[in-house]
Design a protein around this ligand. Structure first.
Ligand code: ARG
Ligand code: ASP
Length: 715
């Protein structure tokens, strides 16, 4: 009897570690394999075919990969697209000047002629998905070494990708799922003429800034509007003034019906990466070692950037995008550590692993697997740290990162004399340099340099010290500040005109001027350490981990055959579903599932940059001029739900039971942020912008009602 109770208890525990209501990011192609039934049971009124089909138009045809890391959706038959403000941020910033600052003032094209092109920005539509596991693993057998195996799989994949798009203008990508236990092919159609149509001022689109980022309750109007253009045949084309608005196969209806707690919602988008099946050793490494170090380094960078941004508007604009990037992950890492602690993540995994070990005892393929993991994680520790310091501390110094761009030119110049190659590289660098200087301020970077350089040496083990260390010791008496000052006096990389002169008359015999530049010398001394002592080992040990996870994943599925396993996110299209729902962040406190314009007014404070709203919004509030967007005397703003989402899902449509657009996903709530590793039904919430606020801002604030009229609004 006791044994039975133990057994039942352990089963419950297994389930509680791995399977939770609302958890999961599902492959659209496989919805019919049980996910759709559960979605329908919870309220969905669509079939799997309505969501993903290759035989008829389906909702997937209205969804795009926006740029390189976000999602967007089509909302009109003229290629009108919605995504987040933070997804269009770089484009908005690129069009901004101090006297014409769209970040501060917003931007609205009042006609198509005023829409702004964005070289380099693309969107991709998903054409189809195919399970290619068999073909990808063709000719793989157990006698192969890991390297042989990877090589063969790589060849198989390449062939699959080539075959998939032969004779078309499509793109193809085959991606591993379940740590390489399965493979799927994705075919995309990419459009290259994507124009900026509208963006609210940052004081709306980024309201609350990094203070409120990753938090609930939230009042950020995080949206921007773009339009896809195509050639006359409705096919992708590079930017051209004669291109015309793209006619999509499908666009989303926009619903003004609003949301209630408990409503079914789902999200269709591109979650970037999760690690749901990590072992306890992995969780420990991330939350007790890697994250804390990375946080410490970014603390410093942010402190310096902010101290300048607070007193100097030019610097604030230059560093706006960088600052947001640096602070975003920094804050998430902090939240992850807290969440994993609260969940007692490490111990939960350890408990599960005890069960696993028992289960695996008489299975030779799986027995001892966890011991191997432990050993490997132990081996990887110092390399992982050196890797993080290289990325965060060394490359976090802008001028070093910039000098690194010249590596190729130096190599070409030294090793061959084909002057056309050199010329091509120089042309590329002139452009890189002009982009770099546009957003560079030497005062900020100098302070960052002085702070981060010594951090590297106190952070990593002496095995990873570069050769310059002894010079700093002997010639500068270990005084990093003096060393940095001298470097910055002598280098060419912070002297735009001088560098430009060098580049414009560059020939291979002048390579010494770059190669012996003191900043370049410092970079290459770090890079030598990274290449020779860190990266190879780190990559090898990570690959070893992956091969262990390949087996572990198999084992997990074998151990719990009745359980639905969803693959980790890998920036391929996924379906998440859940319910609109508040939560209890701490004892005695309940968070509602929605916020309203009232909260913006509560927070409004001209003295605090993140909370200083535009006067026009104050006016509208004073007059309660909300038109059809009013609800209970105010305007709905954000809402939360239990959809399992992650980075990359930003801009994803949040849909109702009929597939109409009710919100734009843009964030997650602080207490449940560890959901990339451990989803917690009590705390994990995706944060969305209510579509009614989007329409309200476009119409009432910006006076761009023609854009709302372009959409199909259902009431
Ligand atoms: N946390 C959200 C995401 O990961 C929003 C980031 C942009 N906002 C910001 N304040 N940095 O993308
Ligand atoms: N803000 C994220 C994004 O940009 C979404 C998230 O991490 O929840 O994709």
């Amino acid at each position: 009897m006791k044994k039975l109770i133990y057994f039942l208890l352990s089963l419950a525990m297994i389930n509680s570690v791995h399977l939770r209501a609302d958890e999961g990011m599902w492959i659209p192609l496989l919805l019919n394999n049980y996910t759709i039934a559960d979605m329908q049971k919870n309220g969905l009124k669509l079939t799997a075919d309505d969501i993903y089909s290759i035989n008829k138009e389906s909702i997937k045809d209205a969804i795009v990969i926006f740029g390189s890391g976000c999602t967007g959706e089509l909302v009109s038959d003229q290629g009108l697209l919605l995504t987040n403000h933070h997804c269009g941020y770089e484009q908005i910033q690129n069009h901004s000047r101090i006297d014409n600052d769209y970040l501060t003032n917003g931007f609205w094209a009042m006609s198509k002629a005023e829409e702004l092109p964005n070289p380099g920005l693309t969107v991709k539509f998903l054409v189809r998905i195919e399970d290619v596991t068999k073909q990808a693993l063709n000719d793989i057998d157990n006698s192969m070494t890991q390297a042989e195996r990877n090589k063969k799989i790589g060849e198989n994949i390449q062939k699959l990708e080539e075959d998939a798009i032969k004779g078309t203008h499509y793109l193809a990508s085959v991606r591993p799922f379940y740590y390489g236990n399965e493979y799927f092919l994705f075919v995309y159609e990419e459009f290259k003429d994507v124009r900026l149509v509208g963006a609210p001022p940052s004081s709306i689109g980024k309201f609350g800034g990094d203070t409120d980022n990753w938090m609930w309750p939230r009042h950020t109007g995080d949206f921007s509007v773009f339009r896809i253009y195509a050639n006359k045949e409705n096919k992708p084309a590079d930017y051209s003034p004669v291109n015309v608005p793209y006619k999509p196969k499908k666009f989303l209806n926009v619903s003004m019906k609003g949301i209630n707690e408990g409503d079914f919602t789902w999200v269709l988008g591109y979650p970037g990466g999760t690690e749901q099946y990590l072992t306890s050793d992995a969780i420990k490494l991330v939350s007790e070692l890697r994250n804390p170090h990375k946080i410490k380094i970014r603390d410093k960078r942010l402190e310096i950037m902010n101290s300048y941004g607070d007193i100097n508007d030019t610097i604030r604009i230059k560093y706006a995008s960088k600052n947001a990037r640096v602070s975003n992950s920094w804050k998430r890492w902090i939240g992850e550590i807290n969440g994993l602690k609260r969940l007692d993540g490490i111990n939960k995994k350890i408990e599960f692993e005890k069960e696993f070990t028992k289960w695996a005892e008489n299975k030779p393929v799986y027995n001892g697997l966890l011991k191997e993991f432990s050993k490997n994680y132990n081996d990887i520790e110092s390399y992982a740290l050196a890797y993080d310091y290289w990325r965060e501390a060394v490359n976090g110094i802008e001028i070093i990162d910039f000098a690194a761009d010249f590596e190729n030119l130096i190599e070409i110049s030294e090793n061959q004399f084909d002057s056309s190659l050199v010329l091509a590289e120089v042309t590329k660098l002139i452009k890189i340099a002009s982009d770099f200087y546009k957003d560079y301020d030497i005062r900020v970077d100098k302070d960052v340099f002085k702070a981060l350089l010594p951090m590297y040496f106190s952070g990593v083990s002496e095995d990873f010290y570069p050769s310059v260390y002894s010079i700093i010791q002997s010639e500068y008496n270990g005084d990093f500040t003096r060393y940095v000052e001298k470097l910055l006096r002598e280098t060419v990389f912070n002297k735009p005109e001088k560098l430009d002169r060098l580049l414009s008359i560059f020939s291979s015999d002048r390579v010494g001027e770059l190669k012996n530049d003191p900043v370049y010398v410092l970079f290459s001394s770090f890079s030598e350490v990274y290449k020779n002592k860190v990266s190879e080992k780190y990559i090898a040990l990570s690959a070893k981990n992956d091969s262990l996870y390949n087996i572990y994943m198999n084992a997990l599925r074998e151990m719990q055959p009745q359980k639905k396993f969803y693959p980790d996110a890998n920036f391929t299209m996924r379906v998440a579903y859940g319910k609109v729902k508040g939560y209890y962040p701490k004892d005695g406190v309940k968070y509602l599932h929605y916020t309203t314009l009232e909260g913006v007014i509560e927070k409004d404070n001209p003295a605090i940059y993140d909370y200083d709203i535009p006067n026009r919004l104050r006016e509208i509030y004073k007059q309660s001029d909300y038109g059809v967007y009013a609800k209970d005397g105010t305007v709905p703003l954000c809402f939360i739900a239990t959809n399992h989402t992650t980075g990359g899902n930003s801009g994803s449509p949040v849909l109702d039971a009929n597939g109409s657009l009710i919100g734009l996903n843009f964030d997650r709530a602080w207490e449940g942020i560890a959901s990339d590793m451990m989803y917690d039904p009590d705390f994990s919430r995706n944060v969305s912008l209510d579509i009614r606020y989007v329409l309200f801002i476009i119409d009432k604030y910006a006076g761009a009602k023609h854009l709302v009229d372009e959409m199909k609004v259902v009431r």
